[in-house]
Design a protein around this ligand. Structure first.
Ligand code: ATP
Ligand code: MG
Length: 348
């Protein structure tokens, strides 16, 4: 059966990195006998220019029908002056796909320890997956605006906690079978529901998974002290927002980091964590690794093709350990040269 993949290149370096994702998907697809079909659609600033809408109907229809969606990046100074916002397209896309689970792997590649702001011996071996709830909690609760008083409601249901915890436990089974759940259960009622729900689910359905709990303030320290100690980190929306940004700097360049946003109803959204990087767009300087690792996540999570995902990840790791990389990681290769080098190692 043919798998349909929608590419949303977007703005700035988005098209350059989307090309990288497509190249490795085609190569790994051919190597593993997977029939893949691609179509490209407009989103963000380029969609505003072409259709007056950052998330046109044709894009929305293609995305909800696809087996998976890959996004480059959206936005740029051109659309900062006023009018529709490119970023509104991204929010509408996440909503259309029902993406409730954000996965952010944080991997410090061997040989790139010097890129980390942490001492090499401290950062070495960092390889964790942050699983962040994306559609609940304080960001989505009722808001009361005011000059003297204001409030934001934080609310979670047992069902919302269970479905994100399941994603974390399932992911842990493909890794080191350890989950660290992060909350603030000494203070917050939502965190006590969170903790009790996570424990009950582990006891009922995942007795093989080692589970521990860390308070979010302590976690902010531990991520810096001993990042290599963590495997899967499970947390709610706001804590995950903060901790995933903190953790992402441990691994060096923003250009290396992938992400996935999973849904119960669709194949999910896959995108590098970096933005449109207008300062380097069109110059062949964009690091395509975050996008290519996102493509591997697409194969793993949307299409269930673990072997093909591992093939891409292995080819990327081989290139990096051979010193092939773009300027942001101290290399001298262009975007295209990195893409070619990774593709060569996929067929090998
Ligand atoms: P956002 O667009 O997410 O709101 P931003 O515009 O601050 O945030 P980016 O567009 O990611 O962030 O760019 C931040 C910096 O990182 C820029 O200097 C950019 O050139 C650099 N950068 C981002 N992505 C890459 C990449 N793939 N390769 C090399 N450098 C990158
Ligand atoms: Mg940007």
């Amino acid at each position: 059966m043919t798998h349909t993949i929608v590419l949303l290149p977007g703005d700035g370096i988005g098209p350059e990195v989307a090309q990288a994702a497509r190249a490795v998907l085609e190569k790994a697809g051919a190597a593993h006998g997977l029939p893949l079909e691609f179509s490209s659609h407009d989103i963000g600033g380029c969609a505003i220019d072409a259709h007056g809408d950052p998330f046109p109907d044709a894009t929305a229809e293609a995305c909800v029908e696809a087996d998976a969606v890959f996004l480059g990046a959206v936005g740029g100074p051109k659309w900062d002056a006023g009018g529709p916002r490119p970023e509104a397209g991204l929010l509408a896309l996440r909503r259309a796909l029902g993406a409730f689970a954000n996965l952010r792997p944080i991997t410090l590649f061997p040989g790139l320890e010097h890129l980390s702001p942490l001492k090499a011996e401290r950062a070495s071996g960092t390889d964790m997956l942050i699983v962040r709830e994306l559609t609940g909690g304080i960001y989505f609760g009722d808001k009361v605006e005011g000059d003297e008083n204001a409030s934001d409601l934080c609310s979670y249901s047992r069902q919302e906690v269970e479905r994100i915890a399941r994603i974390a436990f399932d992911a842990a089974r493909g890794r080191s079978r350890r989950v660290t759940s992060v909350d603030k259960a000494n203070v917050l009622a939502t965190s006590r529901l969170w903790r009790n729900t996570v424990i009950a689910l582990r006891d009922a359905d995942y007795p093989d998974i080692e589970l521990d709990h860390v308070l979010v303030d302590a976690m902010a320290m531990k991520l810096i002290e001993r990042p290599a100690a963590f495997d899967v980190v499970l947390t709610e929306n706001m804590f995950g927002d903060i901790l995933s940004d903190e953790a992402s700097v441990i691994a060096g360049s923003i250009g290396l980091a992938p992400s996935a946003s999973l849904s119960q109803t669709h194949g999910g959204l896959y995108e590098p964590i970096h933005g449109s990087a207008p300062d380097i767009a069109g110059q062949g300087k964009a690091n395509p690794v975050g996008a290519m690792l996102s493509a591997a996540m697409l194969l793993r999570h949307a299409l269930g093709q673990e072997d093909a995902a591992v093939t891409i990840e292995g080819a990327i790791a081989a290139c990096l350990s051979d010193g092939i990389g773009t300027g942001d990681i101290g290399g001298s290769a262009s975007t295209h040269e990195v893409i070619s080098a990774v593709c060569e190692r996929i067929s090998a």
